[in-house]
Design a protein. Structure first.
Length: 451
């Protein structure tokens, strides 16, 4: 198949005007001027998107697809209150609800040009959803244990799930990893134990770290809404005292407990970090998933995106929990991330090219899959999207990258392809689920959660 458009945005090289991409067996096999490509491959099916941009599919480095049905149900709250409200609603959902919620999130991602997600789950709903819908994914099994004596059991359950999930998915497209719970929801020894397992099994490892002021104060001073006094009686038995102030940052605390020993480590958030923390992350070859819209929505703070880049740390955008951001929208994420960085940083002005790279190739680097996806290059997998640039509010002119970042929304996505398979076209789906049923189920579940 030849995919043509007025603009081709390879990301790893300069934009091309009037180009075409040849796709065979799920792989990018050739690229060049459309006229020449049509002559070179006369028997190929041609899909011409006109005044549009062909670009690599976007890579979402952090999301929680199974929480998609909670969009708009827990609004206008600061992080700690929001988290408690979401936690209160979670027990109302059954396993089938979690799955249908994850399907809804995956559909949202595909229609918005996201072809790869990095998801954290405790029940495996997103594993089944991504496998069924054809998305590329790195899915982390979240493991929690407040009591040190329960870590061994919690890890056994996690390992059982991980091995089972790996048998159920196409491992060329869906990768299974492990993620310890937040610092305030798990014993610190769990960080190192999970990291050791990840290193032994050569699987990805993710950890939520330095995401909020509450977490920072909890670790450094032992005081915040997550403090010992606020734990209540619903945690079950834990060693006494379960927490003492450490006087260090969350990053240094995690380092002391062996959190960074896995070779494929992703830190999610990293909002409250200093130069020493960044040096630590860089020295340990850690990547970062930054979620600017979630951070702003929940009042968590502003991640130092410019400093991540100057430190040479692989970084990509994540859309965060749909229960916080109300959508899985990488276009909005790019806009918010760019504007927040420009307003906060006086040392470097991030241009549109850098921002688009973070949403594509940067995210792929952060997940360690940039050899497969993230840019349009011969030999890479055909994870491709077409974005409409013909609307009246758009003026691509000589800078189509700026047009994509500054004027496009998810509604401008014309086509989403993963592994050479077209999964979404404007108002048309090519997925192995009944979309109408999924929407109806989402409405049903949301009604239950509201009541």
């Amino acid at each position: 198949m030849l995919i043509c458009a007025h603009y081709i945005l390879p990301i790893a090289s300069d934009p091309m005007t009037g180009g075409a991409v040849l796709i065979r067996n799920g792989e990018i096999c050739d690229m060049g001027a459309a006229d020449i490509m049509k002559l070179r491959y006369p028997s190929e099916e041609v899909r011409d998107f006109g005044l549009a941009a062909i670009m690599p599919g976007m890579v979402d480095t952090h999301t929680r697809m199974e929480y998609s049905v909670m969009r708009g149900l827990v609004d206008d709250l600061p992080y700690n209150t929001w988290l408690m409200k979401v936690t209160e609603k979670a027990p109302l959902m059954e396993m089938s609800d979690w799955y249908d919620s994850a399907v809804l999130g995956c559909l949202d991602a595909l229609s918005g040009g996201i072809t790869t997600i990095s998801d954290t789950t405790s029940n495996g709903a997103s594993v089944t959803a991504t496998q069924k819908l054809g998305l590329r994914a790195v899915v982390y099994r979240e493991v929690r244990a407040m009591d040190k004596n329960r870590i061994e059991y919690a890890m056994k359950m996690a390992q059982k799930d991980i091995f089972h999930w790996r048998e159920e998915v196409d491992e060329s497209r869906v990768t299974i990893g492990i993620a310890p719970g937040h610092l305030f929801s798990a014993h610190p020894a769990l960080m190192g134990t999970a990291a050791e397992f990840a290193a032994e099994q050569d699987i990805p490892y993710a950890i939520h770290l330095a995401g909020s002021r509450e977490e920072m104060n909890f670790v450094r001073y032992g005081s915040s809404p997550f403090s010992v006094d606020a734990m209540g009686n619903d945690r079950g038995f834990v060693e006494v005292p379960p927490w003492m102030p450490t006087g260090v940052s969350p990053v240094q605390y995690a380092l002391n407990w062996g959190a960074f020993q896995a070779p494929r480590t992703l830190v999610v958030q990293a909002v409250h970090v200093d130069h020493r923390d960044l040096a630590t992350l860089r020295q340990n070859n850690v990547a970062i998933a930054t979620c600017p819209r979630e951070n702003a929505q929940l009042g968590m703070g502003v991640a130092p995106l410019d400093e991540f880049l100057r430190a040479g740390i692989p970084v990509g955008f994540g859309t965060g929990s749909p229960a916080a951001t109300n959508s899985t929208d990488m276009f909005t994420e790019m806009t918010v991330g760019m504007l927040m960085s420009r307003s906060m940083s006086t040392r470097r002005f991030l241009d549109s090219g850098t921002i688009l790279e973070l949403a594509t190739l940067g995210g792929a680097r952060a997940l360690g899959i940039d050899d497969k996806v993230g840019s349009l290059e011969i030999g890479k997998r055909a994870d491709i999207v077409a974005v409409d640039l013909s609307s009246s509010h758009q003026a691509p002119g000589g800078n189509p990258i700026s047009a994509v970042v500054n004027t496009c929304t998810s509604s401008d996505v014309l086509m989403t392809m993963v592994d050479g398979n077209i999964l979404y076209e404007k108002n048309k789906w090519h997925v192995n689920v009944e979309v109408a049923r999924s929407v109806a189920r989402a409405i049903e579940i949301r009604g239950k959660l509201r009541s």
